[in-house]
Design a protein around this ligand. Structure first.
Ligand SMILES: [Zn+2]
Length: 160
């Protein structure tokens, strides 16, 4: 019996002289992380946050970059701080990603100490009433047997 929400079973439609066929793709694929592979390896195996540093201007990037966008120099790996400050935040009531399925959840900009730019990350153990710009946070990691080497392996909590 056909799933009525499945577009592959919906009737075609017509636009001008064309027939529009509703369809669905489900694609499993693999991607090499190339030069940035160490970030994912250290995250999964050692619960470390690895960034990169430009040897010329000493900018530290997290998320890591393989080259500095100012100097065009190849960057070198450095472990970055797991502590930082919240730069902005929001409550999310509709999840559009597999990164975080349970709603509501909180996400925000986290500017790790010593790093050039903030990242967007999941915030836990917070509410809209307790969050504020400048709140100190620290990274927490899923237990080793639950980490998959993806960015959802870590999140930030108040650093109290
Ligand atoms: Zn640089």
């Amino acid at each position: 019996m056909a799933d009525e929400a499945d577009p592959r079973f919906a009737p075609v439609s017509f636009k001008d002289k064309f027939v529009i066929v509703p369809d669905r793709w489900k694609v499993d694929f693999m991607v090499s992380m190339g030069e940035l592979s160490l970030f994912f390896k250290e995250l999964k195996e050692n619960a470390k946050l690895m960034g990169t540093r430009c040897p010329k201007c000493e900018s530290v990037y997290f998320w890591p970059r393989s080259w500095c966008h100012d100097c065009y120099e190849d960057c070198e790996w450095v472990e970055v701080s797991q502590r930082g400050s919240v730069t902005m935040f929001s409550r999310v009531d509709i999840s559009l990603t597999d990164l975080q399925k349970e709603v509501p959840f909180y996400q925000g900009g986290v500017h790790l100490d010593g790093v050039r730019y903030p990242i967007v990350a999941i915030l836990r153990n917070v509410t809209m009433d307790t969050l504020y710009r400048g709140m100190r946070v620290r990274a927490e990691f899923l237990p080793a047997d639950q980490r998959t080497g993806r960015v959802r392996d870590f999140y930030f909590v108040p650093d109290t």
